[in-house]
Design a binder for this molecule. Structure first.
Ligand code: ADP
Ligand code: MG
Length: 611
């Protein structure tokens, strides 16, 4: 074939492949246009997963008379001109490609009227060709309806998934915009059913309620808007938003939503920063719900990486990473609710313990594995609760969401406040692993290792913060052989290791001499060398951020704690309870596992059929 220029329709269809991949891409482009037009209300209607119909109606600025047809020309945009700085773009779109791309693969009906015009215009296009055009009476704003998407590109249609799955993607997308732009009221309906409604007006909690449900919204913790000023520079970097109480975690990352300067973005690094902030608050493979919104200078973020992707690049990634992580972490630490666990229904309560209905016997005699299968154990057996609304097959956000039942003092369900432990009276020890205690409201089973870990963790953190390590001199200094990598780490992290209470000296190449160890390790570890090497391993497996420091503390806490299978004297048991009562977060160990199971008076009475 000879070389020739493509005709417009073919060029547009090829370009459409880049921007418009599936129904959700159409929704993304139309919603972004509405936001760029300053809309405060955006209404989205979907039929047949978007293949049949997508309609986006906004109350924004509208398109001036005589420009509606132009808007559907390639590279027609009102958002940039020759003088624009492409790195500092504040609008979501600017390429002028979306409308022509959509029009080339569907039948489009568009109408628009700026508020100060008497009449609007209406345009009908079929696969990019004009079918009808005229003046019309329409409400102020813009309405774009897309029918029969990809009906002229069967190859692309084949790649679409089921209508339910495509709708799931659309809902997930609209959820992200609704959360990041809580100043705008969103509504999403599909096949005659309402899927999502948010109030607008900047009500972020209301937006969470409208997308994830009222219960989750209530339990979200506020990230107070904090301004950060990187050294020596007059730039503003602020973080705010809402982050989920640890009790409302999820099984995947899709409930973490990020916004930068009012733009929904995706960033693996920042998502990871948020996950790391929850370290110690959530169990393994649990992820938080969060809406983290940041502001920074426009030319600090490069949003121009790919036309259809939301992944961005940051000029100062470490600043953003650290700022987000600290903001989330400090909120969690200052007011995370510490849940007290309870069964959701009496029939559930003791079913896992052999179904005998006899609490006392089960607790004391049940083999360990039975106890771990007990539905009281939240990290393994969660009560599935319906999300805010049902969804299609795999939107991902709603399917499989679970919630740990949480009870707070005064029956204030869902509210977040700190819960300290009441004074507990030791009754005894079971299976050389659990302490049994009685409090003002019922009976507590306490995991001796997990709770000692928590106590140690807080002790070590305090010691590190005050810079007063409690080291114990060894009678005999102990030499440890080190690999080159470990030697390097020791040189790098010497201060931190000394801060923990290790007194280490270099002893020629490949060897270090341990002269002192943290006092709390003194009577727990067989050899100081083992603990020390374990520590270096832990440092070695860490990344660049703060999280490994915490893992380090957790490791040391673990090494220095009583184990399961150790018999405790009554005095030791009581001392453990006293320390636990004083802990800041008595209900979870540093790894996020519960330290105790509480059976309230009411639970007991129900279990025994007394009420
Ligand atoms: P871009 O958004 O990159 O400019 P589009 O093809 O999406 O390109 O839109 C072309 C132009 O049409 C926009 O620049 C804008 O002027 C106008 N437009 C599109 N949608 C709307 C809308 N909902 N309200 C007002 N103007 C709109
Ligand atoms: Mg656009």
């Amino acid at each position: 074939m000879a070389i020739r220029l493509l005709d417009d329709a073919t060029a547009a269809r090829i370009a459409a492949g880049e921007v418009i991949e599936r129904p959700a891409s159409v929704v993304k482009e139309l919603v972004e246009n509405a936001l760029d037009a300053g809309a405060t209300r955006i209404d989205i209607e979907i039929a047949g997963g978007g293949s049949e119909l997508i309609r986006v109606v906004d109350n924004g600025a509208g398109i001036a008379p005589g420009e509606l047809e132009l808007a559907f020309e390639r590279f027609a945009t009102s958002k940039v001109d020759e003088t624009s700085d492409l790195l500092g773009i504040a609008t979501l779109g600017f390429r002028g490609e979306a409308l022509p791309s959509i029009a080339s693969v569907s039948r489009v009906e568009a109408s628009s009227r700026p508020a100060d015009e008497d009449a609007g215009e209406r345009l009908l296009l079929e696969f990019g060709e004009r079918e009808e055009f005229g003046k019309t009476g329409v409400p102020a704003g813009t309405s774009v309806t897309v029918r029969g998407l990809f009906s002229n590109v069967p190859a692309r249609r084949k790649f679409l998934r089921s209508p339910g799955a495509e709708l799931g993607r659309i809902q997930s997308l609209v959820t992200s915009y609704a959360l990041v732009r809580s100043d705008v009221a969103f509504r999403l309906g599909a096949d005659g059913r309402q899927r999502l409604v948010t109030p607008g007006g900047g009500d972020l909690r209301g937006a969470v309620a409208g997308t994830y449900g009222a219960r989750i919204a209530e339990a979200m913790l506020e990230l107070p808007e904090r301004e950060l000023f990187p050294d020596g520079e007059a730039i503003t970097f602020a973080v705010g938003g809402l982050t989920g109480a640890p009790s409302t975690s999820r099984g995947n990352r899709r409930f973490i939503t990020l916004g930068i300067n009012g733009r929904w973005i995706q960033s693996k690094r920042i998502t990871y920063a948020i996950e790391q902030a929850y370290h110690g608050f959530l169990g393994a493979r649990r992820f938080p719900i969060a809406v983290v919104l940041a502001r920074m200078p426009l030319n600090d973020v490069d949003v121009n990486v790919h036309p259809a992707k939301t992944e961005v690049r940051f000029l100062r990634e470490d600043l953003v990473f650290g700022g987000v992580q600290r903001a989330v972490r400090s909120v969690l630490i200052s007011n995370a609710p510490v849940p007290s666990f309870r069964p959701t229904s009496p029939s559930h309560t003791f079913a896992g313990v052999g179904g005998t209905g006899s609490v006392g016997r089960s607790i004391v005699n049940a083999p360990r594995t039975d106890l771990e299968q007990n539905p009281l154990w939240p990290s393994r057996n969660e009560t599935v609760s319906p999300g805010g609304f049902g969804t299609g097959t795999d939107s991902g956000r709603e399917v499989g969401s679970t919630e740990i039942p949480v009870r707070l003092p005064g029956g204030d369900h869902g509210q977040t406040q700190r819960e300290t432990l009441p004074v507990l009276r030791l009754i005894g020890q079971a299976q050389e692993t659990y302490l049994i205690a009685e409090g003002p409201d019922g009976v507590y089973l306490i995991d001796q290792h997990a709770s000692h870990e928590r106590i140690r963790f807080e002790e070590i953190t305090r010691a590190l913060n005050t810079g007063a390590p409690d080291a114990q001199q060894m009678l005999e200094p102990e030499p440890v052989a080190l690999e080159p990598r470990q030697e390097e780490l020791l040189a790098d992290q010497g201060d931190l290791i000394a801060g923990l209470g290790f007194v280490v000296e270099s002893f020629g190449p490949g060897t270090a001499l341990i002269r002192g160890i943290p006092r709390m390790l003194a009577d727990r570890t067989s050899t100081a060398g083992d603990a020390f090497r374990g520590l270096l391993d832990e440092v070695a497996s860490g990344g660049r951020n703060d999280a490994w420091r915490e893992r380090l503390i957790a490791t040391l806490a673990c090494h220095s704690s009583v184990r399961a299978g150790m018999q405790l004297t009554d005095d030791e048991g009581r001392a453990l309870l006293r320390s636990l009562e004083k802990a800041d977060q008595p209900h979870t160990c540093p790894h996020g596992r519960p330290t105790m199971i509480h059976m309230s008076q009411v639970d007991l009475e129900r279990g025994f059929g007394r009420r």
